[in-house]
Design a protein around this ligand. Structure first.
Ligand SMILES: [Zn+2]
Length: 333
């Protein structure tokens, strides 16, 4: 979603994936780009393509087409590349604790999205960005009931208000929530969004102590810290303005941060890894390579032995000495 906003195909604010209807070829190309970079799950771009969000922008009548088209293209790319296709069942933003009426609304949203994902041939369902155990539990129940037995990955987003020992907004501690969801039938449980890798790894270390089954980790690629644990808490140090959502680039992780994250996931035995809002394909390649993969994009991974700053080849006119002199480089580049 962030990538299409950056490219000018959808709007920050509503963050509804209208690009699927207005520029479908861009969606297909981005799916392909991430597989090229090493992703082995093509996740359909249906985040926030649900009834409550479409109503805000007055396009509720296009909801089903938006979902089905995103799923169809993801299925095609997965088939062409030998990868898996995942339906995406995200947070609704309308759930609230102790409200049977909200529960019913949420259930209806999940039910139709799951049905479309199943009918369009998803290999698995990824439920993500739930802020609370309560909403994640409804998603899980719906996936079990309407998901035709597809594997379920269920991710909670740790809000700024909670660390692993604090409760989610409905009072269930984060790690306890993950533990319960796995016991209640989720095949994989984990965390996605909000936290950068350095913050999320701390939560995951705590979670791994009690979660025995497969786990997932999909942080945002921003440099959050103990002081600012989520991307929503980052402020521009010069202007004092909030960086979320369109000014987060100044906090972007380096490739080394992604390497460190990948290694930490390996060490913790986290099986489903990825990067959430703000991901770019070079980061997926870095993550894939850290995990021992050689995706097609690796043919262009860095090789500084070919850079003019280190080539001494008088015959063809390359000279390390003259390079350093012309760029006033004092020490080796
Ligand atoms: Zn995200």
């Amino acid at each position: 979603m962030f990538e299409f906003e950056r490219r000018g195909y959808l709007q920050a604010g509503s963050f509804v994936p209208v690009v699927t209807l207005e520029k479908p070829e861009a969606v297909r190309l981005l799916y392909e780009e991430f597989v090229h970079a090493g992703s082995d799950i093509v996740q359909a771009l249906t985040y926030y393509a649900h009834r409550a969000k479409l109503r805000i922008i007055g396009r509720e009548n296009e909801l089903e087409k938006m979902n089905r088209d995103a799923l169809k293209m993801a299925r095609q790319v997965a088939d062409e590349t030998g990868t898996l296709m995942a339906g995406n069942i995200c947070n609704t933003s309308v759930w609230k604790p102790d409200s049977p009426e909200a529960d019913e609304k949420v259930r209806n949203i999940f039910k139709e999205e799951i049905r479309w994902a199943v009918e369009e041939g998803a290999d698995l369902l990824i439920g993500e960005t739930y802020f609370s155990y309560g909403e994640a539990k409804i998603a899980l129940d719906c996936m079990k009931e309407f998901g035709n037995g597809l594997p379920i990955v269920l991710n909670i987003s740790a809000n700024s208000s909670h660390d692993p020992t604090r409760p989610t907004p409905d009072g269930v501690p984060l790690i306890e929530a993950l533990k319960r969801l796995q016991e209640e039938g989720a095949d994989v449980v984990g965390l996605n969004c909000h936290n950068g890798p350095m913050t999320m790894i701390k939560y995951l270390r705590e979670a791994r102590k009690v979660i025995k089954g497969p786990m997932a980790a999909m942080p945002v690629p921003y440099r959050t810290s103990d002081k600012c644990q989520s991307m929503h808490e980052l402020f521009d140090p010069e202007t004092g303005k909030k960086s979320f959502p369109v000014d987060l680039d100044q906090w972007l992780c380096s490739r080394q941060h992604i390497v460190d994250f990948g290694n930490a996931c390996k060490e913790l035995g986290i099986q489903v890894v990825g990067i959430c809002c703000g991901n770019r394909s070079h980061m997926t390649r870095t993550l894939a390579e850290t995990l021992g993969r050689t995706p097609p994009a690796s043919q262009y991974s860095m090789d500084m032995s070919k850079h003019i700053s280190v080539i001494d080849d008088e015959e063809h006119g390359f000279s390390v000495q003259s390079f350093r002199e012309s760029f006033h480089v004092q020490s080796p580049v």
